[in-house]
Design a protein around this ligand. Structure first.
Ligand code: NAD
Length: 477
């Protein structure tokens, strides 16, 4: 047992930190978990052992600089594990459709959705790789991507929605399929879209019963290797940027400091709550506009990132230090922690000209951080943009899908901000899909399901009449 064990991280028996300088051998603790220990730092690394017995890194949180004394102790009874247990040989990838794969891009039918799943540039690449792409006429028009550009990229334009489903082996979409679209799928067909399977369990059941192999872009693991297909991050980047522009548009003031003949204008004060991908982009955008920015997040790991963007990090003592899960996400705050956060944020909010809220906990309703009383303390002319409106809102007064005025404070609950920047949002999403397809189309050009790949295995929701996604299965009971 190393006596200078300052880094401790808990794993289940199938996961362990990657081999890296400074890591000790794994230790098996009495409850069956493996622990790994590294000296002098506190951070986390989640790794998965491949069926070949190698360790592959899935997720890393950088060292936080938290002093060694604060790290959890290594249990007394821990014993060294000599060799990791090698799991069974991998199952061979299952073929979903033979070459060439026909990829179908239907027009998005949800009102207000302006994104499209593939852009001409990605079509060109996919066609060059030997695939066939069919695009519904005007699928890209809301994103200013015209049929001619798709044709020039090698796509076949088809005039009606149902024909895309009939001709394609694989349907790629942005929004989840509507009930009518679900009826267009045939057994054995493959779908990639944002499905939010843990929320839309009825849809998952229908896709399972239709025999569809469905992949959800919001289920892509948040790992270093998966960042090229991380559509949640891509869309959060768009939303964080646009939120600040909307705040600036509705704010009754300038954002930057101005020195004019008509007097000096102080910079606007912007408060960003939640410093994940969207929050960090909001901070960067508000700073570019010249605002003075402060930000809060329950995960102390983001402090340095906030500061590196030129914002002040707000620290709130909620009496608890374990604010995040093993996967690096925030865990849901307790009622006491929320009360402590609300009290401090109320003080900050009263001084802010604009507040951008992005706080979210995956699979849970958004935490309520801005009460009605807090809004009433804000100066008339100020703005709140609630990016958590999709999951109920961080502000008590947010009305999802609406922009309201409360005593002179504008509260923006507009949904689907990525769709308001459809050119770049589509470009980023299409690139994420192209990168995911690189794991799903084999060297012979066939579409395959390779459950040995942790990204594919984590993203597939239904296959062959079964729900394969663990979290969704748990929700379905
Ligand atoms: P998210 O949308 O789930 O949440 C947004 C932010 O809200 C998070 O930073 C979270 O900590 C914060 N939050 C939750 N409850 C809060 C509360 N009560 N008060 C204040 N803030 C609160 O997060 P996200 O942007 O999707 O990212 C989540 C995590 O995934 C982060 O750790 C991020 O670094 C990680 N991530 C990793 C990768 C990668 O490794 N490839 C890619 C993207 C994101």
């Amino acid at each position: 047992m190393p006596d200078s064990a300052n880094f401790v991280y808990h794993f289940n028996s199938n996961s362990c930190p990657a081999e890296a300088p400074g890591w000790q051998r794994p230790w098996l603790v009495p409850d069956g978990r493996l622990l790994r220990v590294r000296s002098g730092q506190l951070g986390s690394t989640v790794c998965r052992r491949t069926p070949h017995g190698e360790w592959s890194e899935m997720e890393s949180t950088p060292p936080t600089g938290i002093p060694a004394e604060e790290s959890p102790p290594v249990p007394e009874q821990a014993v060294a594990v000599e060799e990791p247990v090698v799991e069974a040989a991998p199952a061979p990838p299952q073929q979903l459709s033979g070459p060439p794969v026909t990829i179908g891009v239907p027009r998005e039918v949800v009102p207000g959705e302006r994104r499209v799943a593939l852009v001409p540039d990605t079509v060109k690449r996919l066609v060059a790789q030997g695939n066939r792409v069919v695009v519904e006429s005007n699928a890209g028009t809301p994103a200013h991507l015209l049929d001619g550009a798709y044709e020039a990229a090698g796509a076949t334009i088809v005039s009606d929605h149902a024909s895309v489903f009939q001709q394609a082996d694989l349907i790629v979409k942005v929004q989840k399929p509507t009930p009518d679209e679900v009826g267009l799928f045939r057994r054995g067909q493959t779908l990639i879209a944002f499905l939010q399977p843990m929320v839309n369990t009825d849809l998952v059941q229908e896709l399972r019963d239709q025999g569809v192999t469905a992949f959800s872009m919001d289920a892509i693991p948040r790992t270093s290797r998966a960042q090229y297909m991380d559509a949640l991050s891509s869309m959060a980047t768009v939303a964080g940027y646009k939120a600040v522009l909307m705040a600036a548009d509705h704010l009754a003031k300038f954002m930057p400091l101005l020195t004019t003949a008509a007097g000096n204008i102080p910079p606007a004060k912007v408060l960003v709550i939640g410093a994940g991908v969207a929050g960090l982009q909001a901070i960067a955008t508000a700073r570019r506009l010249g605002a003075v920015v402060e930000a809060y997040d329950t995960r102390p790991a983001v402090k340095e990132q906030v500061q590196s963007l030129g914002a002040r990090f707000i620290e709130i003592d909620t009496g608890s230090s374990d604010t995040q899960t093993a996967a690096g996400y925030a865990r849901e705050a307790t009622a006491e922690e929320l009360a402590a956060q609300q009290a401090e944020l109320a003080r900050r909010a009263a001084r802010a000209d604009a507040i951008i809220t992005t706080a979210a906990v995956p699979g849970r309703p958004a935490p309520r951080l801005i009460s009605a009383e807090t809004v009433e303390q804000m100066a008339p002319g100020s703005v709140i943009v609630d990016l958590a409106a999709e999951t109920g809102g961080n502000c008590e007064l947010t009305q999802p899908g609406r922009i309201i005025d409360h005593n002179g404070v504008t509260i923006i609950g507009t949904l689907n901000l990525p769709s308001t920047l459809p050119i770049h949002a589509s470009q980023m999403y299409a690139k994420n899909i192209q990168n995911l397809l690189a794991l799903m189309i084999d060297k012979d050009g066939a579409l395959v399901l390779n459950m040995d790949d942790d990204i594919v295995a984590g993203t597939v929701i239904t296959h062959n009449g079964q729900v394969l996604h663990e979290g969704t299965r748990a929700r379905m009971g």
